[in-house]
Design a protein around this ligand. Sequence first.
Ligand code: SF4
Ligand code: SF4
Length: 443
Amino acid sequence: MKTEFSLTQLADPDIAEADKILRACVHCGFCTATCPTYVLLGDELDSPRGRIYLIKEMLEKDRPPTAEVVKHIDRCLSCLACMTTCPSGVNYMHLVDQARVRIERDYSRPLAERALRALLALVLPRPGLFRAGMIMARLGRPFAALLPTPKTTSGTPTLRRRIKAMLALAPDRLPAPGPAAGSVFPAIGTQRGRVALLQGCAQQVLAPRINQAAINVLTRHGIEVVLVRDEQCCGALTHHLGRDGDALARARANVSVWQREAEQGGLDAILVTTSGCGTVIKDYGFMLREDREFAGPAAQISALAKDITEYLAGIELAPSSQQGDVTIAYHSACSLQHGQKITHVPKELLSKNGFVVKDVPESHLCCGSAGTYNILQPDIASRLRDRKIANIATVKPDMIAAGNIGCMVQIAGGTSVPVVHTIELLDWATGGPRPGLSGSGLN
Ligand code: SF4
Ligand code: SF4
């Protein structure tokens, strides 16, 4: 694609990067076929190629984005299916990230929308606030049911619709908090390695059992696990809201504490059980590339970051449970399959450890969770969830496995089949408790 940035514009490293990405696009349109919003809405401007044109216009003309541009960029899930499909290697992720930052900086959203986005950016990355928010949401849910669901005419959901969606995501009960930051879990038997385990923010409130399962499997196989003190939210949530100041501050803080831990105790890897976070941590090196102090350390941290399944693939697990023929529908989280290109490893681990693993039809399509997307774009998110659940139902699973808490909550909201994390199944297969026993959904 031909671009027309001025030399002054190209002196800005972000614009130079955007120029490189835009020039790689040959506007073939292959990406449209796998884009969930194009598949649902059929509008070229809700396809990757359409959005690329909108972003190009916005950056080249260097003018504030219009409401129309914002609408189509906001509808993008950042699922990155387009990057998997693109034959030209267009890095759509870095382009749309830049567009979101521009929108956040130059576009004035309606007051109520600004307030909601500010609330999400404040609450979601802080487990204490998030826990309090979940309790309040649960109390507020009966009142939300009384609110009428307004029809949207502009294509942008109303605040009331978004609040209803947010309250609907609150679980009926919250589990007790997991282990505290600073905890160290020694290897059982001969120590073979030492890793940090990302504590996460929403996940540690909604399902601390996931990291507990990871700790069980790792220590059982000779790996010491540390929950690094002073670690923060990885920044993914605010990064996807276009709030890069917040996201970069969190990235720098995490790079510092993980670097300190690596120097003091040694780290073979920084393990992540939430693939949405893993994709962003693996991108810290890029996000901080212009930071003289942090560019090098951030690249080292990104190289150390691994999804839990990626790390376990290098270890011979010792199955000990006879769980029988349990059929698992494996839901491939977008951040894992498109963001990190991890597709076969989780399924192979499950099969090798005794599970019957079924692929879900249309597995490339997002479930609609996508960070805060299911709150900010609830109608599209619900349609994607229903489509995902219908596809999952065709393989008649006993359980659904995924590697990302966002997907787990989203899918559990529409099915009675237990939704578990891949690591919980591997824990079960190697001597841990059976997951998904407490009934339906995520609980
Ligand atoms: S598939 Fe790649 S090259 Fe083709 S239009 Fe989409 S982004 Fe551009
Ligand atoms: S990231 Fe997903 S929703 Fe956004 S343009 Fe690409 S395929 Fe479509």
